[in-house]
Design a protein around this ligand. Structure first.
Ligand code: NAP
Length: 486
């Protein structure tokens, strides 16, 4: 299979926070890879902005080093690398001050016909001030785009305030809220599998689906960013955004058309159909110390911490399609493996004419986000060979890397794809303000219940599958989590 690369229109991308971790690790290496792939137009420009007083030469050196670190020195194409560095510019700006803005304005004036995008790779407290300044200085035009990323608030109230600040300077059609999970190939493939085939959609409902499991498991802990994480926790950091988005795409009705607002309307309807989660259907955990590192409370440097590094939930969706089919969500740090997947587990056949398999598994469609993005359909077939009618469970595997062959190498990662979508003006894979607020409204109810109960999260072993109580959440319904293994 050959993937087609269509260059985007000429653009100027201003990255506020261009000297920071996100810009150096993801955004700029992503743009470099798009240049290698031939998707960057000849006259694209990337302007870094931050408080550090850097010369252009020093900024280009910094980004050259970042490419070496995050892409690998031996994997860099020297010619593309120097071309990429040559399109970089830099301006010293304090987002909360007045200097630097006119210099930025002048730089952009030269290419006023270019699509203009502003990526705010800075803390959320700067979103409002930067948006306002871009508007008041006339640097942002009515066709400019602004890109922001989590954390988009820490509760409904702060999310509303953030949306309000942005909407005072930019129209909703100009605001691109990134959830990088939506940029993953598999996530978009989930929509293709559901809506471009006749096979699954008739089965995609409570009559045929027993339950859905959504797992985002991380093997690393919070060391190094424990202070930040301790104010957030797994519910705010992962469930409110990433897991919620995966749940929406799995559960939503087919949109009338594949366009931004139709898709986002359907996702919003799912969030609004979520039942309030009973506290008994939630599990919170904190990892213990293990051979590979200290415990959560040590990493967070807070011995009394009540913040969860693991959460599991049983979620019910009250609508015609899903009533009676629970969605189990879990995410945590310091678990056995780095793995993200959605498993749609189908019901048993109503009647079996065959002897039951000793450890039979029902059909399941597994959508794997990492590692090895791909989709697997678990089927039961006859075990090949003589010896009567013995049945076996087999996976029908479609790993995208295998399907695409060498083209998989140049497949854009989530950030690359999303940045190109910003330039193209396609908001389908970005969250709308009302979606973010609805997700917070639902999340807040769970957080409020927890804080009222004020219990310490249960401890779980580092390198394992999470707390025993999370296993119990499934067992009491006669179900089991899929194992966290790669
Ligand atoms: P970081 O490493 O601390 O970088 C922050 C950047 O903002 C630096 O370039 C800093 O440069 C600049 N900055 C700070 N104050 C400024 C001001 N007043 N005016 C202009 N520039 C200013 O943070 P990060 O990890 O890159 O994260 C940036 C944002 O993305 C955060 O909100 C974070 O939560 C979010 N995020 C990060 C990741 C990630 O993987 N890192 C993932 C998802 C979301 P100067 O000090 O030179 O000004």
């Amino acid at each position: 299979m050959v993937s087609r690369v269509i260059p985007v229109q000429p653009f100027d991308l201003v990255i506020f926070g261009a000297t920071g971790d996100l810009a150096r690790r993801k955004i700029l290496p992503g743009l470099y890879r798009r240049m290698v792939a031939g998707q960057m137009p000849e006259d694209a420009r990337v302007i870094g902005a931050a408080r550090s007083n850097l010369t252009l030469k020093a900024f280009r050196t910094m980004i050259g080093e970042a490419l070496e670190t995050y892409i690998g020195k031996d994997k860099l194409d020297e010619e593309v690398r120097s071309k990429f560095l040559s399109i970089l510019d830099y301006v010293t700006i304090d987002a909360t001050g007045t200097s630097g803005w006119s210099e930025l304005g002048k730089k952009l004036e030269k290419t006023s016909d270019h699509t203009r995008a502003f990526y705010l790779s800075v803390g959320p407290s700067l979103f409002g001030p930067i948006a306002a300044r871009l508007q008041s200085t006339g640097i942002a035009t009515s066709s400019s785009r602004i890109v922001v990323e989590k954390p988009l608030g820490h509760d409904l109230e702060s999310a509303r305030a953030l949306n309000k600040q942005l909407s005072e300077s930019f129209d909703e059609t100009q605001i691109y809220r990134i959830d990088h999970y939506l940029g993953k190939e598999t996530v978009q493939n989930l929509m293709a599998v559901r809506f471009a085939n006749t096979l699954f959609e008739p089965l995609w409902n409570a009559r045929h689906v027993d339950h859905v499991q959504i797992t985002v498991s991380e093997s690393i802990g919070v060391a190094g960013r424990g202070g930040y994480y301790d104010k957030s926790g797994a519910m705010r950091d992962m469930v409110q955004n990433h897991l919620m988005q995966l749940l929406c795409l799995t559960a939503m009705e087919p949109p009338a058309r594949f366009d931004a607002d139709r898709v986002r309307d359907e996702k919003l309807k799912v969030i609004r159909s979520l039942e309030t989660v009973d506290i008994e259907d939630t599990v919170r955990g904190q990892y213990r110390a293990g051979p590979d590192g200290p415990s959560y409370v040590e990493d967070a440097e807070n011995p009394d911490s009540r913040t969860e590094s693991y959460v599991a939930l049983k979620v019910e969706i009250s609508n015609w399609r899903w009533t009676g089919t629970p969605f189990y969500l879990r995410t945590g740090k310091r678990l056995r493996a780095q793995l993200s997947e959605i498993a749609v587990v189908f019901k048993e056949p109503p009647h079996s004419i065959f002897p039951k398999l000793p450890a039979h598994q029902t059909n399941a469609l597994i959508i794997r986000l990492q590692p090895d993005e791909g989709i697997t359909l678990r089927m039961t077939i006859k075990e090949p060979g003589p010896g009567g009618m013995r049945l076996a469970d087999v996976p029908l595997d479609m790993t995208f890397a295998d399907a695409l062959g060498p083209a998989a190498e140049s497949m854009p990662d989530a950030y690359e794809r999303l940045i190109m979508d910003v330039i193209r003006g396609d908001q389908t894979l970005f969250m709308r303000g009302d979606e973010v607020e609805a997700a917070w409204e639902w999340t807040d109810r769970i957080l409020d219940d927890w804080s009222e109960k004020s219990e310490k999260p249960v401890a779980y072993d580092a390198g394992g599958s999470g707390p025993e109580d999370a296993l119990g959440l499934m067992h009491r319904d006669g179900r089991r989590w899929r194992s966290i293994e790669i």
